[in-house]
Design a protein around this ligand. Structure first.
Ligand code: F0G
Length: 456
């Protein structure tokens, strides 16, 4: 059979509240044309993020009831630790309340002024935590990853020769860590190949720089390796994941993604001394060693979710359902980052809204148009999020203007996705009717969350 059906049936439902176009025009105005400021109940299909938005399984909910809330030595922690150790092979597992808590702990220890954290692409909170420590984050995205229209299997890879030149140029003592983000979220949800992981690992060993993985979407990455890389066709997702981690010295994970959990994260470490330092900071900032910043029931949900995410029927459905949107957009020649990645479709707003200059934020315009037309909430990943100002006040834009439509795991059905595609097509057909925006209020950092706009 060709139809890929959702590998689950629905036991509990949440209502979606419908709005009219006129109501949405009003809501958008009230929200100062910033979708972050729209109330969730005013959104029909919420594709703001795939983080913490998963539907948990009946097994996970059963685990929630089983959660052991003991302060120290909770059963739930040991079940969590066992799964994480099995997947990552790391001897020291430190639970945290979410990905950025892991980042804060890790970079407080390994970061600092004069240090570098080198990456294929750091996620924004990762970069923020690196920079907060005084260190500098530098990305070495492979050349294929820079071209949105290019269809290539592993556009999330790190550019090894650029990394090596940088290390040689700066001197190895300053380079504190390499962090590979799998899949590469800010680079379009694109996977990193096992070959790339192996080669980065060899380079890191040569220069004695620790290699960590940001494993937030490790299972989606492992599935792409199985699909696209020779030699992995018959391996299980667990085996592929184990090999990915075997090349590294540690990992951080936001369990809000590939663990189907609504909250949670962890750090996995091979080196005992580094683990001890992280544990000290954990106790000070997050909680005791056997719960981090979590309840026992959260650890239980993560432990079960980590097993479920490696089921191939699920991953087949997951990756195919994202590609399904891409295929529908292809019929109309709608520009997006090709191929579709693991967790989201990234519309290429610069080409989609090619009548709106970059200084009038085409990504914001597209994002707002999707809300207005169909109540769909995505997120601008372009000049609003990453733009900087030159001395003369003009905008220094990032290389791409994107709108990310991230698909929550196990939440929406095929008819929801058909609707999303229909809305995108509708907006594309009348794209010239949509205007650009100017910013009328912004905060000094991470401005996209609270900025206010006016139509131009
Ligand atoms: N690393 C990656 C690759 C991420 O995508 C995220 C979060 C984090 C770390 C931080 O984890 O949210 O648990 O603190 N990404 C979300 C997103 C917010 O929408 O892509 P967190």
């Amino acid at each position: 059979m060709n139809t890929i059906i959702e590998p689950f049936k629905i036991k509990t439902v949440e209502p979606i509240y419908f709005t009219t176009r006129d109501e949405r025009a009003h809501i958008l105005r009230q929200a100062h044309y910033n979708p972050f400021l729209i109330k969730a109940r005013d959104v029909i299909i919420d594709l703001l993020t795939d983080s913490g938005t998963s539907a948990m399984s009946s097994e996970q909910w059963a685990g929630v009831m089983r959660g052991d809330e003991s302060y120290a030595g909770s059963d739930s922690f040991f079940r969590f630790e066992e799964v994480v150790k099995q997947i990552t092979g790391m001897p020291f597992i430190i639970p945290t309340h979410q990905g950025r808590a892991s980042e804060k702990i890790l970079f407080t220890i390994v970061g600092g002024i004069g240090k570098y954290v080198l990456s294929n692409t750091l996620f924004d909170t990762t970069r923020a935590n690196v920079e907060f420590s005084g260190a500098e984050g530098v990305d070495f995205r492979c050349t294929e990853g820079m071209d949105p229209a290019l269809d290539a299997p592993f556009k999330g890879n790190l550019d090894i020769s650029a990394l090596q030149s940088f290390i040689v140029d700066k001197g190895i003592a300053d380079s504190s860590m390499v962090m590979l983000t799998v899949t590469n979220n800010s680079g379009g949800g694109q996977p990193v190949s096992m070959r790339n992981i192996r080669e980065v690992s060899a380079l890191c060993k040569q220069y004695q720089i620790p290699l960590f993985i940001d494993a937030s979407r490790f299972a989606e990455n492992a599935y792409f390796i199985k699909l696209r890389e020779a030699g992995y066709e018959t391996k299980s997702i667990l085996e592929i994941a184990q090999e990915m981690f075997s090349h590294t010295d540690g990992c951080i994970m936001s369990a809000k993604k590939d663990a189907f959990a609504n909250i949670g994260g962890f750090i996995g470490i091979r080196d005992e001394q580094l683990a001890e330092k992280c544990k000290n900071l954990l106790i000070m900032t997050e909680g005791f060693l056997t719960y981090g910043g979590l309840a026992g029931r959260d650890l239980e949900a993560i432990a079960i979710g980590l097993r479920e995410v490696m089921e191939e029927d699920y991953l087949t459905y997951r990756i195919r359902s994202i590609k399904y949107i891409g295929d529908k957009l292809d019929v109309f020649g709608i520009p997006y980052i090709k191929p579709t990645g693991g967790h989201a479709v990234y519309l290429d707003a610069k080409r989609f809204m090619d009548h709106i200059p970059v200084c009038q934020y085409p990504g914001q315009a597209l994002s707002n148009a999707l809300y207005l037309e169909g109540g769909i909430r995505g997120v601008e990943i372009g000049s609003v999020m990453f733009g900087k100002y030159a001395i003369d006040g003009s905008l220094i834009p990032p290389s791409m203007e994107l709108v990310r439509l991230a698909i929550p795991r196990r939440v929406y059905t095929q008819s929801h996705i058909d609707y999303v595609a229909e809305v995108i097509v509708e907006v594309y057909k009348k794209r010239r009717e949509f205007n650009g925006y100017q910013i009328i209020f912004e905060s000094p950092s991470l401005r996209h969350f609270t900025a206010r706009f006016d139509p131009v």
